[in-house]
Ligand binder design. Sequence first.
Ligand SMILES: Nc1ncnc2[nH]cnc12
Ligand SMILES: [Zn+2]
Length: 330
Amino acid sequence: MPLPKAELHLHIEGTLEPELAFELAARNGVTLPYGDTGELGKAYEFEDLQSFLNLYYELMAVLRTEQDFADLANAYLARAAAQGVRHAEIFFDPQAHTKRGVELGTVVEGLWRALGSSEANHGVSTRLIMCFLRDDSAESAMETLRAAEPYLARITGVGLDSAEVGHPPVKFREVYEAAAELGLRRVAHAGEEGPPAYIAEALDVLGVERVDHGLRCMEDPALVERLARERVPLTLCPLSNVRLRTVDTLADHPLPAMLDAGLMCTVNSDDPAYFGGYAGDNFDAVRETLALSEGRLRELARNSFLASFLEDDEELRARYLAEVEGYRFG
Ligand SMILES: Nc1ncnc2[nH]cnc12
Ligand SMILES: [Zn+2]
């Protein structure tokens, strides 16, 4: 039995496996510029974040109907459950769909077909987090937030993703203020490729409660000290960092040093169909390559539930935390 865990950094569009991409392309009459999964597979060599994003956005062309989004989410939830994920806070990128002519309602209601019955069907509780594309304008993000108002019963929070460098958090100050007024929780990608200053800015200007990645905090000792003191959760994605070359090899990943520094780290998969592994695969990889102790692995799992947005169901959180403490490593 795998270690019970929450996944807090997962882009649902990043769970689109090549086989499902071709299945949906055929279903929707979309022609992909790849002949088959073998040819597509050769496109998964990434230089950096942008080279990945190019493929990530290209393949989204196959996602058109509510059923497509439901199938995508159900496939993820089944894989995640098999790897010990008990709770998933799932990102989606509304602008990447609305700019292709797919309505926000199609995306949200489609995802909800899977998420609304996920506890019953997969044994995984879920939350939905709507991300703004930081390389699009703040006006577009604000329009997206307003368009999402009819769906807020289904949306727990907002996030910020896509190409980071040159798009500092401050660009989205007003959008995050408006999100807070709507009662939405706030997270943002910061310090993946962008500088440590973006991490502090996400906290101070956007009021985020978790930092997605936050890896580059390690370049600023004062920031590390602050993040540790304030117990700011960081949603790390080790296999993603290797594939996007933010670390040279997994053996060079700073996760052990981050834990030693007292940072509240969690381990997540980011875009598992693109980076070679789901949440459990990320745990297995750091366990083996970074020689993490059972105590450290339990700490990562405990952190994932403590950092989750389960305030509206503390009973469920307590049940998950008890599962973590009672877990026996094989
Ligand atoms: N790792 C990542 N960083 C930024 N934006 C993303 N969108 C999907 N995955 C992402
Ligand atoms: Zn991400």
